[in-house]
Design a protein around this ligand. Structure first.
Ligand SMILES: [Zn+2]
Length: 269
């Protein structure tokens, strides 16, 4: 018999009734399993096709993997509109797609420290310690703040190497181990050394002024280097692979797939 993850003395139907009455009590992992098994909500595919240009560039096998994750991501987080913005279902689906793309092969567990997504209506935000012109913020305390117009603008050109939402979600991956240092938790211990050496060498070379395909902001700090390199990895993979094959290989190993190659179509016999 397969384990159900809760004591056999507590029937599932009873737990379902309890969690329906007070959903806040339901553990995230249990809610995630339940949401992942549900059908993809009607109309969401149309939203993705209309509003998320990178969606149609993914192979069908990757889209099939992403759909239940998008559903779970929307269900698992608190969505807050700031400065008068009312968060619509469309906004949730679009932001969730941006969040899921980098964790397609890592799993939603990388966002277990995230609880709240704040969207605001302005182009830019002024944050005391970050100055003016902030498009998004990934906060250590489980909150991500995004300018909705900046999210939309970042998605408009799926091959320009610039995507605000992706950038902020990569910061959250960086923060998944509690430190904001340009090194996300890697799945294999033996990957830590090569990751640290490669990214540090590329970051230092950029600081010293060597030519790079990454935009200048990557030279700001190791976390920004990781985020900007990831934007390039997903949006301009061929260029990054040519210009920095070692960096590309590290990102490919971490994210667990190669955006520069379409997944082979499975042939069923
Ligand atoms: Zn950043």
């Amino acid at each position: 018999m397969e384990s159900t993850g809760y004591p056999p003395s507590m029937p599932s139907a009873l737990l379902d009734a309890l969690y329906a009455w007070l959903p806040v009590l339901e553990p995230r992992a249990r809610r995630r399993r339940r949401t992942l098994a549900l059908p993809f909500p009607a109309g969401w595919e149309e939203i993705l096709q209309a509003e998320v240009p990178f969606w149609s560039r993914l192979s069908e096998s990757r889209r099939a993997r992403a759909r239940p994750m998008i559903h779970a991501f929307v269900a698992e987080h608190r969505w807050v509109g700031a400065h008068g913005l009312e968060v619509s279902e469309e906004m949730q689906v679009v932001v969730a797609a941006c969040a899921v793309r980098p964790v397609l092969n890592l799993g939603l567990e990388y966002y277990d420290h995230l609880s709240e997504i704040v969207l605001y209506a302005h182009d830019q935000l002024t944050v005391p310690e970050h100055g003016q012109g902030v498009l998004g913020l990934a906060h250590q305390h489980g909150v991500i703040v995004l300018s909705w117009p900046a999210v939309q603008e970042g998605l408009q050109s799926p091959t320009d190497g610039h995507d605000t939402a992706l950038h902020e979600f990569v910061h959250l991956l960086d923060l998944a181990d509690g430190s904001f240092d340009g090194a996300p938790p890697l799945r294999r211990a033996e990957d830590v050394g090569p990751w640290a050496r490669t990214l540090a060498a590329r970051f230092e070379a950029m600081r010293e002024g060597s030519h790079t395909v990454l935009r200048d902001y990557a030279a700001h700090s190791p976390p920004e280097f990781f985020a900007v390199a990831s934007e390039h990895f997903f949006e301009r993979p061929a260029e990054l692979r040519r210009a920095a094959p070692d960096l590309y290989a590290q990102l490919k190993r971490f994210y667990g797939w190669d955006p520069g190659r379409r997944a082979p179509t499975k042939v069923r016999r």
